[in-house]
Design a protein around this ligand. Structure first.
Ligand SMILES: [Zn+2]
Length: 91
């Protein structure tokens, strides 16, 4: 619950995705976050079986909170959609 959400970026590090504070974003794809470093899975490009996998809304904060910290990797910059429209986006 609360694993799909639309929000506004409050703070963000400089990045190459063009996302900046104040932008509207949708948390995209499947809300699984692999560690990228475990030997058996991530280093063999099998991130879906990561031994340190985190699931948004299960192991971490979710969209039911007022504020949440997420990796920029799971954010999609959105233009010209309302928050109501963004809330039903399933990219
Ligand atoms: Zn991993």
């Amino acid at each position: 619950m609360g694993h799909k959400l639309a929000s506004k970026v409050l703070e963000i590090e400089e990045n190459n995705k063009g996302v900046k504070a104040g932008d509207k974003v949708v948390v995209v794809v499947v809300p699984y976050m692999s560690c990228g470093t475990c030997i058996i899975s991530c280093r063999n490009e099998k991130t879906n079986s990561c031994s340190n996998i985190m699931v948004l809304g299960l192991f971490t904060g979710d969209g039911m909170q007022e504020q949440i910290a997420d990796s920029i990797d799971i954010l999609l910059l959105v233009h010209n959609l309302s928050y109501n429209q963004m809330a039903i986006v399933n990219p």
